[in-house]
Design a protein around this ligand. Structure first.
Ligand SMILES: C[S@@+](CC[C@H](N)C(=O)[O-])C[C@H]1O[C@@H](n2cnc3c(N)ncnc32)[C@H](O)[C@@H]1O
Length: 455
């Protein structure tokens, strides 16, 4: 019902139509149809419905009351919110009280900071932000810093923390000495020479535990700890609010003999909680799907015997999980750090994949057993970085990330410990066009140029 219509209906209409004794479905129809309410609307006709036994009616009633700012009814609304048992309705009531933006509501809102429903606490926090300069409000908000709910903690930190939402003139920049640099060595050594907050995006596919013979780890735990030590450093060298995209998949360590079983490790799930603990916020779970024939056939036996429990799926998927370095700032802040012409030139053109299922054929290389396709790297780079950004791959293999970065006019920083893969990468880079005027630089981890020796 539009405002104009509401105004031409006489006052007694609402007393009749909103009478709590009416049938529930009629009341719901009227409440849902109220639309925008004129400021002259008498909230008193809605108040009796707050006592209705139906949660739906109480919810619709408080939502309609919330369209106005009936400060004269504040005490009644506070009492209602205090006694309301349904959290959804209570949340709406707190929101209505908050929207009045009146100091008279402060004591009630402070009380709601102790509500058992975190969403009510968030609603009260949101309302109190207007008054956060007042000591009592600031103290009450500070007391929530160790609230058990992580969203409440984050909201309080954001509101009370040092809020610097302005420009960071260095955000779109990266040190010249790192641009198009390929370092040979253990990435843990390489990382020691990389300054804090110098890369914009990391995309990598780490070694697959002991499934291939790059490195032999003593145990799965040791392997996970190794990855954590690297990704902690990746976190340090990543700029505020920027992304880390990790490609992994479950691996299988073959059985010792026919009298033993093989062991499967669900690497993406095991590494995930360790990453969030370091300060990587989870953003997207992309599933990279390869065509059926590219998967190793695991169900030959089952195909013959068809006995339950013996089923084995051919693995055509890998995980591509997107993380963001934790920050209180929104993605918009990151975008605002770039000049308009770079934003324009970095826009993702044409058709693009809209789902989290990315169908991309795998790649193969004559030297390296596990490269990922350039198309996958290109997509990640285009979605999660801007032109001229610095893209890092700590487990670079033949440098696929570097080649895809150049094609999209981004710089790269790569680390790889195996000389044979680096030689192969050199061959591939020879076929590659370099944008700008920064050539490929190769060195070992103890020869990384110093920050002051710019390219
Ligand atoms: C899955 S492969 C990455 C392949 C790469 N994405 C490509 O397209 O060529 C993992 C790489 O990590 C390298 N690696 C393993 N441990 C390393 C370490 N400690 N430091 C540097 N590189 C390491 C391996 O030699 C291997 O080339």
């Amino acid at each position: 019902m539009r405002e104009a219509q509401v105004e031409c209906i006489d006052d007694s209409y609402f007393d009749r139509a909103l009478n709590p004794a009416n049938e529930e479905r009629n009341l719901i129809a009227v409440l849902e149809g109220l639309g925008r309410l004129p400021s002259s609307f008498d909230v008193a006709s809605l108040l009796p419905l707050l006592q209705h036994s139906s949660v739906n009616i109480r919810l619709l009633a408080i939502k309609n009351i919330g369209k106005l700012r009936p400060t004269n009814h504040l005490p009644a609304l506070i009492e209602f919110a205090n006694n309301e048992k349904a959290t959804l309705v209570r949340r709406e009531a707190v929101s209505t009280i908050g929207r009045m933006r009146t100091e008279a509501a402060i004591p009630a809102l402070v009380n709601f900071l102790h509500d058992p429903d975190a969403k009510v606490v968030l609603q009260a926090t949101r309302a109190l932000v207007t008054f956060k300069k007042q000591k009592q409000v600031e103290d009450a908000m500070l007391s929530l810093l160790d609230h058990p709910n992580e969203l409440v903690q984050a909201a309080i930190k954001k509101e009370l923390g040092e809020k610097n939402n302005g420009k960071d003139t260095t955000h779109s920049q990266s040190p010249d000495f790192l641009k198009n640099l390929f370092v040979q060595g253990d990435v843990r050594e390489v990382l020691k020479s990389i300054p804090d907050e110098s890369v914009h995006l990391t995309f990598t596919s780490p070694p697959y535990y002991n499934a291939r013979d790059y490195t032999i780890y003593k145990s799965y735990d040791e392997y996970l700890e190794f990855l954590v030590s690297v990704f902690k450093e990746v976190h340090r060298i990543t700029k505020e609010g920027r992304f880390f995209v990790l490609n992994t998949s479950p691996v299988i360590v073959p059985r010792m003999s026919r009298s033993h079983s093989s062991t499967r490790y669900l690497i993406p799930y095991d590494i995930h909680p360790r990453l969030t603990k370091i300060g990587w916020d989870f953003i997207e779970d992309i599933v990279w799907i390869k065509p059926d024939p590219s998967a190793k056939n695991r169900n030959g036996g089952f195909f013959q015997h068809r006995k339950p429990l013996g089923y084995k799926a051919n693995s055509v998927s890998e995980s591509v999980i997107v993380y963001r370095k934790h920050t209180d700032k929104l993605i918009d802040w990151n975008m605002r750090q770039y000049p308009e012409e770079i934003i324009e030139a970095s826009k993702v053109q044409g058709d693009y994949e809209k789902t989290n299922v990315w169908k991309i054929a795998p790649s193969n290389d004559k030297v390296h057993p596990a490269t990922f396709p350039k198309k996958l790297a290109a997509r990640v780079i285009q979605f999660y970085s801007f032109k001229n950004d610095l893209i890092f791959d700590p487990f670079a293999g033949t440098g696929t990330v570097g080649q895809a970065a150049l094609n999209s006019e981004r710089y790269f920083l790569l680390a790889e410990q195996e000389l044979s893969y680096i030689q192969r990468a050199r061959e591939l880079f020879e076929k590659q066009e370099f944008f700008g005027d920064i050539p490929l630089k190769m060195c070992s981890s103890n020869q990384i140029p110093h920050e002051s020796e710019n390219a």
